[in-house]
Design a protein around this ligand. Structure first.
Ligand SMILES: [Zn+2]
Length: 235
């Protein structure tokens, strides 16, 4: 049968046998996509970007200007966040661009907790806190992501929102790993790890999108992403 087309929903899955094949095919393709040449090149590019941008940020004229240093450092967090999410979802349609911008925004905005903790918009105070601000606690990442998933489930939000907890996960994780080169990870209530080695930071940053993709596949999130616009196949 050519041109078979169906929107996925619970009733059609149970009654249309070929659709099971369609779902499995789509799941396999979604997983394979994360290890495609384009995807691997994109993650290699992400690692290379980190490798090149950090010496640039260390240049004296940037280090001497506190605000410039903070803005550029925050922008790099944002770029890593949006780049990572772009690898996870692939850029196939217009709404994907909105998603990656949101991921970059999330990866950047958490640094505002420095100002919250300082109780001031003074950058000098924000970067000289006696302890780390709350959104830099890495133990919170699974808690926040899972809480968001529960909220979405309780509010019965549409499947088009299903990837939001994973977007939050990758945005926060990429930010924490980068900060971890200087200060380690804060794993409350266990304390802080030693600073992350630079090469470990590059490796984890480049592989995190693929890990996220596999976890999304294992938890079924990729099925929902794939099925939210229906599946067109030839059988
Ligand atoms: Zn930070």
């Amino acid at each position: 049968m050519r041109g078979f087309y169906s929107k996925l929903d619970s009733s059609s899955v149970s009654t249309v046998v070929p659709l099971n094949l369609a779902v499995e095919t789509e799941k396999a393709q979604a997983l394979l996509q994360t290890f495609s040449t384009a995807s691997l090149l994109a993650s290699g590019g992400l690692g290379a970007f980190c490798f090149l941008v950090d010496p640039f940020l260390a240049l004296p004229f940037i280090q001497e200007h506190l605000w410039l240093r903070a803005v550029l450092d925050n922008a790099v967090h944002g770029i890593i966040g949006l780049w990572s999410w772009a690898i996870v979802i692939g850029l196939k349609k217009k709404s994907d661009f909105y998603e990656v911008v949101l991921a970059g925004f999330l990866a950047s905005i958490i640094d505002l907790d420095h100002f919250y903790m300082a109780g001031s918009w003074s950058l000098t105070k924000a970067v000289s806190l006696p302890r780390r601000p709350p959104l830099h606690c890495s133990s919170l990442i699974p808690v926040l992501s899972f809480s968001l998933r529960l909220i979405m489930w309780f509010c019965r939000l549409k499947d088009s929102w299903c990837s939001l907890p994973w977007m939050l996960f990758i945005s926060l994780s990429s930010h924490h790993i980068r900060d971890g080169v200087r200060r380690g990870l804060w794993l409350w209530p266990f304390g802080n790890t030693a600073p992350i080695s630079y090469w470990l930071y590059l490796s984890v940053t480049a592989t995190l999108p693929h890990l996220c993709s596999v976890l999304m596949y294992l938890t079924g999130t990729r099925d929902m992403i794939s099925s939210k616009h229906g599946i067109a196949i030839d059988v």
